[in-house]
Design a protein around this ligand. Structure first.
Ligand SMILES: Nc1ncnc2c1ncn2[C@@H]1O[C@H](COP(=O)(O)OP(=O)(O)OP(=O)(O)O)[C@@H](O)[C@H]1O
Ligand SMILES: [Mg+2]
Length: 406
């Protein structure tokens, strides 16, 4: 019997590179995880690759470990796009239905989606993905799938996700230098949403917030569709830096204090404690001080997120609340603080149905990338069989998947 092809997700983060190798389970759309691991990341600043050589080296190291883990060679992967250069914009497309019998065909859908992409972006920006929100057939809106309907005039409202072209090229270069192939790239927060959010949450209205090391990414879904996304240039490493400055200590010690003693609870004694009770030297501080430093920075992140929610009129108005993920969401009591600040239900999100990752919210992106891979490969097979347009996950239209493969 033929072996199932490996599906590999690769999340190039600012602090760590995470890799997850999976295969599709027989007679099911679920994934079986064969390997999940992480390595320190170098050459990435605020989610953006600044040194392609360095990143290629880190990618090679991470993939080598994974190859040893699964006992098979890996040749390609689904990779994230990070950084606050990624933005979204609404757009509108309009075409006339082409068939004489006025039945809307897949070709009409593709044409109207292309029409929606002809917006004027500055020359160094490019569209990453297109998310249709509604089709409008002869003025009648709210149509989710217009194929087969009858009409003369076909319109579409879409959310475009775009980014800064030079940063996207550097990502491609880094992977090329590592001698592997990119199958597809996806903004980290879209991958997070794939692995964590349920269809019901997306239908009712939900926000997902990934607090990474140097960036915090937000996506908002309603009626099943992506309605907003943003990447903010601030993350959990800012908390570490604040602790280092506040306690006048090294960043490494500050990181250890954050992970071992950090909390978002405002309760905390004034009794002096040491970072390492065994050692004589090192900073002396109170739990109250640490909690205050952490709370201030987390509140700053939440404030920026609330401003994004206000922009789209969804602050305090998401029935399924806000779901937190990323390594920065591992701070104890962060849900309580989020509930209070957003006036919404708040939970830590963990990737659903993935073994070997211990429910770690920092693995949400890489799990979503593997899920995207599994869906695209299935759609690709179906597309090849039927010769139809390849539709990607979450309604995104995968435009040039094959062109990315060198
Ligand atoms: N137990 C913990 N408590 C608090 N913070 C933690 C914990 N574990 C990890 N972190 C923090 O999470 C951050 C790393 O998260 P993550 O792996 O999601 O970031 P990344 O993907 O590398 O970065 P980015 O998405 O910004 O490019 C680090 O700043 C780390 O200090
Ligand atoms: Mg990340």
């Amino acid at each position: 019997m033929a072996k199932s092809p490996l599906i590999t997700g690769l999340d190039i983060g600012t602090s760590t590179i995470k890799i997850l190798v999976a295969v599709k389970k027989a007679q099911s759309s679920d994934l079986e995880v064969l390997y999940a691991g992480q390595k320190p990341s170098f050459g990435v600043r605020r989610g953006v690759i600044v040194d392609a050589e360095e990143v290629a080296r880190c990618v090679k190291n991470a993939v080598k470990d994974a190859e040893l883990g699964v006992g098979q060679e890996i040749d390609s992967f689904y990779v994230n796009i990070g950084g606050s250069h990624i933005f979204c914009a609404m757009s509108h497309g309009l075409v006339s239905v082409s068939r004489a019998d006025q039945k809307i065909s897949e070709e009409d859908i593709n044409r109207v989606l292309l029409a929606a992409q002809t917006i004027s972006l500055s020359s160094n920006k490019e569209i990453i993905d297109v998310y249709p929100r509604e089709f409008i057939v002869d003025g009648e809106g709210g149509v989710k799938d217009a194929t087969g309907m009858q009409g003369v005039r076909l319109e579409v409202e879409v959310l475009l996700v775009a980014g800064f072209s030079p940063y996207l090229r550097t990502l491609d270069q880094a992977i090329l230098k590592s001698d592997y192939k990119i199958m597809h790239r996806l903004p980290s927060i879209i991958a997070d949403a794939k692995s964590i959010l349920s269809a019901q949450q997306k239908e009712l209205g939900v926000a997902i917030l990934d607090i990474g090391a140097a960036t915090s990414s937000l996506a908002v879904y309603e009626e099943g569709d992506l309605i907003h996304m943003a990447v903010l240039p601030i993350g959990s490493a800012n908390i570490t830096n604040d602790i280092a400055i506040g306690l006048k200590t090294d960043v490494e010690i500050a990181e250890k204090i954050k992970i071992e003693k950090g909390t978002c609870s405002s309760k905390g004694g004034t009794k002096k404690i040491k970072a390492d009770a065994e050692k004589e030297e090192g900073p002396v501080f109170s739990q109250k001080i640490i909690s205050k430093i952490i709370q201030d920075r987390v509140l700053e992140i939440f404030d920026l997120v609330n401003k994004e929610l206000k922009k789209i009129g969804r602050d305090k108005k998401l029935p399924s609340g806000i779901i937190l993920c990323g390594g920065g969401a591992k701070l104890p009591k962060i849900e309580e603080l989020a509930k209070k600040e957003f006036k919404l239900t708040a939970k830590i999100g963990t990737p659903r149905g993935f073994a070997n990752i211990d429910g770690d919210p920092a693995f949400a992106t890489v799990c979503g990338l593997a899920l995207e891979g599994a869906e695209l490969e299935e759609d690709g097979q179906k597309g090849e069989e039927s010769g139809s347009f390849i539709k990607g996950a979450g309604g995104a239209i995968v435009k040039f998947i094959k062109n990315l493969i060198p």
